[in-house]
Design a protein around this ligand. Structure first.
Ligand SMILES: [Zn+2]
Length: 346
């Protein structure tokens, strides 16, 4: 008896789920294939305040279906469906809702964390079996991040070797990070989502930071690209808060800001070093003149400023254009690690 195992990865545009797979087994050369497939998993809100999670799945034959929710360790914390009989199924879709609030004790178990929905589907005589799995994050509702795409409006930032503007690169990568973090269940705020045509001065920059402070986000990440008078200068650097200098932060927050800013910077630096061919520079406290940049000085929460290569270096520009999506993924991983939230691989 020969078993054919097929693994089909299904890429879906989901709010939270980022992994979904179909396993099917067939007996010898028989054409009958049993399939269970998770189509969509969406919590009502991507946070701990979510009241319920909804998901859709599909099976393609008559049989019995079982739907389980597993925790990080693979232990079943909830049986959503127990051997439900499917009378007639021809690629039939089902919708299910997991109402946390109805669960009492189990509700507490559905605290922030990474979970897995598992479907086990068997045909009537139980000779065939198919399973499908899908991961999702329930994130503590207070977790939020501010992404500050540097410059904007008439302030183009530095000019690239090909004449393009730093301003647009900063926005491009910040938006990609937003896309990833939202999909992972984190609340994201942006300084700007377009050119921000009214942006012109330091006063406007201070206004952006003020807004982030008002939003009380957990982390603040500013996106820039470096520039130098010599075209040979290259590499990725991070500027982080220097506690030696007075920041805007009240005493009570100051210690946390200093240690967490360094943690955030190191986490991003480490993830970037795994994916980039750019020279890995350093995590730098303060600025080149030693005092903090405004984004690190005036923000109340842990923060850092990324310099994703030099716009004045041809090779760095080439790397950035080609790989900004994988950089965005690395930066997102560093942010999530700092927030203590599991990154779910696509
Ligand atoms: Zn800049």
């Amino acid at each position: 008896m020969k078993k054919i195992v097929k693994v089909i990865s299904v890429m879906l545009l989901l709010l939270i789920v980022s992994q979904s797979a179909v396993f099917s087994y067939a007996e010898d050369s028989q054409k009958s294939e049993l399939k269970a497939q998770i189509i969509k998993t969406v919590p009502f809100a991507p946070n701990i305040n979510a009241k319920a999670m909804k998901f859709k799945f599909k099976v393609n034959k008559k049989g019995y279906v079982k739907v389980l929710v597993l925790d990080d360790y693979g232990e079943t914390i909830k049986t959503l469906v127990k051997d439900k009989k499917i009378q007639n199924a021809d690629d039939k879709e089902f919708s299910l809702k997991w109402d946390f609030s109805q669960d009492g004790e189990e509700n507490k178990k559905a605290a922030a964390g990474t979970y897995k929905v598992k479907i086990v589907f068997e045909n009537n005589d139980k000779t065939e079996k198919a399973t499908a799995k899908s991961f999702f994050n329930i994130v503590d509702g207070s977790k939020s991040v501010w992404l500050d795409a540097g410059h904007g409006g008439i302030d183009a930032g530095a000019i690239r070797t090909d004449g393009k503007y730093e301003r647009d690169d900063n926005l491009k990568i910040a938006k990609q990070v937003r896309k990833i973090l939202k999909k992972q269940g984190i609340e994201v705020y942006m300084s700007r989502t377009d050119k921000d045509k009214n942006y012109a001065s330091i006063a406007d920059l201070k206004e952006r930071i003020k807004k982030a402070n008002k939003a009380k986000v957990d982390l603040f990440v500013s996106f820039h690209r470096n520039a130098a008078a010599v075209s040979s200068a290259n590499g990725f650097n991070i500027y982080t808060h220097n506690p030696k200098y007075k920041s805007n932060v009240r005493k009570k927050q100051a210690k946390n800001k200093a240690s967490q800013s360094m943690k955030l910077s190191k986490n991003i630096f480490k993830e970037m070093s795994k994916v980039t061919e750019m020279k890995m520079g350093d995590v730098i406290k303060g600025s080149n003149n030693r005092e903090d940049f405004f984004v690190n000085k005036l923000s109340n929460m842990p923060s850092c400023m990324l310099e994703t290569g030099y716009v004045t270096n041809v090779s760095d520009n080439k790397q950035f254009d080609k790989n900004y999506k994988s950089y965005a993924e690395a930066i997102s991983k560093g942010i999530m690690k700092t927030l203590d939230i599991t990154y779910i691989e696509n």
